[in-house]
Design a protein around this ligand. Structure first.
Ligand SMILES: *[C@@H]1O[C@H](CO)[C@@H](O)[C@H](O)[C@H]1NC(C)=O
Ligand SMILES: *[C@@H]1O[C@H](CO)[C@@H](O)[C@H](O)[C@H]1NC(C)=O
Ligand SMILES: *[C@@H]1O[C@H](CO)[C@@H](O)[C@H](O)[C@H]1NC(C)=O
Ligand SMILES: *[C@@H]1O[C@H](CO)[C@@H](O)[C@H](O)[C@H]1NC(C)=O
Ligand SMILES: *[C@@H]1O[C@H](CO)[C@@H](O)[C@H](O)[C@H]1NC(C)=O
Length: 921
């Protein structure tokens, strides 16, 4: 079965295909490809061409005879290649959900056919070059600066893949890849081999409620994007490729090639030229939307579980955190607060409004927040206003003209169609009504893949009692028939849905169900959670007038513009702790930087040791939340004394770092830069870190190196070249040429190191972000250890986090650039402040400046602030301590840490400080 190329034996082959569709599909050439028959320049500077199928066959349906090719250099560093049916409009990701330049509509007549198009043509932008071969048609994208081929769909000379295929329900295209390219992305997927895509592992993209414990499986989100990092003679070049398509797809990565097999839509490629990984996410989020600004409190610690039976349990949890002196900003409810698990309701017995509202007033008064869950499925219940108003407004997805019936937690439900503008308005109105009932501070949208406990076409059974929101109720109780009658329910090519090639309508909305304007669920399936996220964002913005906070399980390209994400249902095991790092880092690349995993695992419960290690990692997730299943025993951080101690250490550090995390949130919002990053983002030239999946960076220079194995009290971590300082004891330095260093890591210790040339803004921490953010600042300045010359810099963003927009220039924000230098023995630290009024109005001051890595062993003298000598009469104290080296390249080298404290420097004004280091004795 090695070849099914179109031959005289095509019909035999087709029969075999039907019998053995899988084997044949992965190893064969399905068609002879297309021939380019015309090209012309468009008025907007693009290139328009037509492609004619070379030889039709019926494998997976008939080929589309004539295609339109449109190529556009959209920006200096972004190239688009769009291929669709030349005569018929096809499904594309809706332009209102993901705003972007329109591709030209199909042309009625094909003018100016060039009979003999050139064999090789080029179409050049400033960074990327598009070239093609006419017959059979293939295209390539080249980096102009070094001539490297980034993408090449030509199958000539390849045994791995065949020519481009374009049928109604089967699109196939491939690229060659150099074998030393490192690829990242293509999620959502739990990747047992770490963050780097692994040749031979399957990557299927189709939003599915398959728990995150399933490896190499299509999970909750769909992100058909990969970042490709290559090293050419020691220098790194990164670029990214997005195939903007919402239909289900299998992606086969073989190491030297990659093939997309997509079951609908169009081939809409975007190429981003990089060349650094940070450039790539900047360019990517420029297209898909910059990450949402998060409120300050979102960076605090969150506690949740399914099974907080009543309000007094929630009150106890809050109280116990306080008693244990563990920071807590946000308390959550899963669905326990609901009446019969119905959205936007309160359980009158366990969460009575007259008790819940005073509780919320109490926690809100100290700055704590409250977030609850909602699901998209709206209970079918004649006494339930939300459903009644939904019916009245005709907001639900339809099957044969009736609202499509499914089963989720409350029992029988209908699913709102968020592609329908009326449904978006109705949803916003329900959020407003709920907010009047319960002043929640954010919403958690779950089960939005969409998850369904049944499959197919269902009816409410007669004479059988189904769960109505009490009891487990995840076993389908409706009377259902599988739907196999349409080609949407049973497409000719089967993606590896749920990792088991189940029918694509399995346990979700039937794929022949219909949305607004006749859109098929088949096409829009993976956009369901994304469309709900946009509607929820609109609703929250409308009523609160405040920056919305949304946590969503299902995501698509562009979700990060509206919401945070957690990695779904995981287990309290060492493996799951490890996997959480790769998934988190991938979401940073996907433009969803506010991400974390359920700390200590969702189900089953962790051991005490795992929970210790997990909070040590989780304290440094951008989104830090402990969450557990109904059937798990309690795992709040105070349950075990040892976990409480680890939590105080790790979260204590997080709360001191909040100004840094919040500044990273601002950077993410203006440039897409991930908050948590793989090491290669800061050290792209250093190939040893390309596969590191057990450590990560926060921003560019804070590195977290956790223990991820049982029984260990040491961790061996990679230190890219340069000097690194321990955040828990700043006298400790590691000078690395780029090697693995073994660090002590007893149970309560998490290793966090700060890289050279950085200025890190910190505050004094506390039990609540609102309190912590009003404490005095300190600055940590790092130089390469012992250097007599060096520079460092850092930034700090402060704003009123209630405001919807996060930006400068509105009178409610301040941005500070910090700089430092050491030149021979003169040390300088200074700031340049933009829009200082907000910081000045809040009275923020810098109390301490700590400079690490100064050469020699001398004492500081001649301290000056803004040109004035600091006298001994002032309360300023200056001291120095020698660094201890865990790893030292030059044994004789000495260096000191200098700390200047008792300062009272306004954050909102420029300052300059200097001193001289005395000669070493
Ligand atoms: C694309 O691949 C084909 C076949 O290997 C090769 O002939 C062609 O030169 C490549 N094009 C580019 C731009 O690398
Ligand atoms: C709340 O639930 C807990 C645990 O189920 C139970 O022990 C307690 O009696 C309940 N309290 C109230 C006020 O219902
Ligand atoms: C409708 O909701 C009410 C209130 O929660 C509940 O008592 C009733 O059982 C529900 N009816 C159905 C048919 O689910
Ligand atoms: C419906 O399809 C699912 C998935 O293929 C299968 O497990 C189930 O048995 C089918 N149900 C019926 C009633 O045929
Ligand atoms: C489908 O995915 C599962 C889980 O990764 C994998 O074991 C299986 O080999 C895949 N099947 C195919 C046909 O790709």
């Amino acid at each position: 079965m090695s070849s099914c190329s179109y031959t005289l034996f095509a019909s035999l082959c087709l029969t075999l295909l039907l019998l053995l569709s899988i084997q044949c599909a992965t190893a064969s050439n399905i068609g002879q490809g297309y021939r380019l028959i015309s090209t012309e320049k468009t008025s907007d500077g693009g290139l328009l061409g037509h492609l004619q199928v070379k030889q039709k066959n019926n494998v997976y349906g008939a080929d589309i005879s004539l295609l339109q090719l449109y190529v556009k250099q959209e920006t200096q560093n972004r190239l688009r290649v769009h291929i669709t049916d030349a005569t018929k409009q096809r499904w594309e990701v809706p332009y209102n959900l993901l705003p972007r330049e329109k591709a030209p509509l199909k042309k009625q007549a094909i003018g100016r056919l060039t009979k003999n198009p050139l064999k090789v043509q080029e179409f050049s932008g400033s960074k990327l070059l598009f070239s093609y071969t006419a017959d059979p048609f293939s295209f390539a994208v080249t980096r102009k600066s070094n001539g490297q081929t980034l993408f090449n769909s030509s199958s000539s000379g390849s045994n791995d893949f065949g020519e481009m295929v374009f049928k109604d329900q089967y699109l196939e295209i491939s690229t060659q890849l150099p074998k030393d390219a490192s690829l990242y992305g293509l999620g959502e997927n739990t990747q047992p081999h770490g963050i780097k895509l692994y040749p031979g592992d399957p990557y299927t993209l189709y939003t599915t409620d398959a728990s995150a414990i399933n490896l190499n499986t299509d999970l909750y989100g769909s992100h058909p994007m990969y970042l490709d990092l290559r090293n050419v003679d020691g220098k790194a070049y990164a670029h990214a490729v997005l195939l903007l398509n919402s239909n289900g797809m299998d992606v086969f990565y073989r190491g030297t090639s990659l093939t997309y097999k997509v079951i609908g839509g169009v081939l809409d490629f975007y190429f981003f030229s990089g060349p650094t990984p940070l450039d790539v996410v900047e360019q990517y989020t420029d297209l898909i939307g910059r990450p949402a600004p998060m409120p300050y409190w979102a960076f605090g610690f969150h506690q949740c579980r399914w099974g907080y039976h009543n309000l007094s349990v929630v009150e106890d949890v809050v109280e116990n955190y306080k008693k244990a002196q563990i920071p807590l900003d946000v308390i959550w409810n899963d669905d326990d607060h609901m009446d019969g698990k119905k959205d936007f309701t309160l359980n009158p017995t366990n969460y009575p409004r007259d008790k819940l509202v005073p509780f919320l007033e109490k926690i809100h008064s100290i700055g704590m927040k409250y977030v609850v869950l909602i699901d998209p499925g709206i209970a079918v219940n004649s006494s339930y206003g939300v459903h009644q108003r939904g019916i009245a407004n005709d907001v639900f997805i339809k099957y044969e003209g009736e609202p499509y019936l499914a089963q989720v937690w409350p029992g029988a439900v209908n699913f709102p169609d968020f592609l329908n503008p009326k449904a978006v308005d109705w949803w916003g109105d329900e959020i407003r009504r709920f907010h009047e009932l319960v002043p929640v501070n954010g919403l958690w949208i779950d089960m939005n893949e969409a998850s369904n406990f049944c499959s197919g076409l269902c009816k409410i059974p007669r004479g059988k009692k189904c769960p109505t929101g009490t009891g487990p109720g995840w076993i389908c109780c409706l009377d259902c028939k599988n739907i196999t009658k349409t080609r949407w329910d049973d497409p000719p090519y089967k993606i590896n849905a749920s990792g088991q090639q189940v029918p694509i309508g399995y346990k979700t909305i039937a794929t022949s169900a219909v949305h607004y304007n006749g859109v098929l669920e088949y096409d829009a399936h993976s956009l369901y959670g994304f469309s709900q996220t946009i509607a929820t964002h609109k609703g929250l913005q409308g009523i609160q007038g405040k920056r919305p906070f949304i946590l969503t399980r299902s995501t698509y390209v562009g979700s990060g513009k509206y919401a945070a994400h957690w990695t779904g249902d995981n287990q309290g095991t060492w493996e799951n702790l490890k996997y959480s790092i790769s998934t988190m880092l991938n979401f940073g690349i996907f433009g969803v930087p506010m991400v974390g995993s359920d700390i200590c695992g969702f189900y089953p419960q962790p051991t005490e040791e795992i929970c210790n290690r997990w909070i040590e990692v989780g304290a440094f997730y951008p989104f830090s939340r402990d969450h557990a299943n109904y059937y798990s025993p309690s795992q709040e951080l105070y349950i075990w004394d040892s976990v409480a101690e680890s939590a105080r250490n790790a979260l204590g550090m997080r709360y001191k770092l909040l100004p840094y995390l919040y500044t990273l949130n601002y950077e993410a919002h203006i440039s897409g830069a991930p908050i948590a990053r793989p090491l290669f983002f800061s050290f792209p030239d250093y190939t040893d870190c390309y596969g590191v999946s057990t450590q990560f960076l926060l921003g560019s220079s804070l590195m977290v190196s956790p223990v991820l194995e049982q029984g260990k009290s040491e961790v061996t971590a990679l230190f890219p070249p340069g000097t690194w300082y321990s955040m828990f004891d700043m006298t400790q330095a590691i000078e690395s040429e780029g090697k693995y260093v073994t660090l002590d890591a007893p149970l309560h210790v998490i290793n966090v190191h700060l890289y050279q040339n950085t200025i890190l803004p910190m505050q004094q921490g506390g039990m609540l972000s609102k309190v912590a953010r009003m404490t005095p600042f300190s600055l940590i300045v790092t130089f390469p250890a012992g250097a007599s010359n060096g520079e460092a810099k850092g930034t700090l963003f402060l704003d009123d986090d209630e405001l919807v927009e996060m930006k400068l220039g509105n009178g409610y924000s301040t941005y500070v650039h910090f700089y430092a230098s050491v030149n021979h023995r003169t040390v300088k630290v200074w700031s340049e402040v933009e829009d200082g009024k907000f910081a000045s109005d809040n009275g923020w001051t810098i109390e301490k400046i700590t400079v690490l890595g100064l050469g020699g062993s001398g004492h500081p003298t001649n301290l000056e602030i803004d040109g004035e000598p600091v006298t001994t009469a002032s309360k300023t104290e200056i001291s120095n301590l020698a660094h201890k080296y865990l790893h030292n390249l030059d044994d004789k080298k000495t260096s000191v840490m200098v700390e200047v404290k008792g300062l009272d420097i306004p954050v909102g004004k420029n300052f300059a400080m200097s001193w001289k280091m005395g000669l070493s004795l």
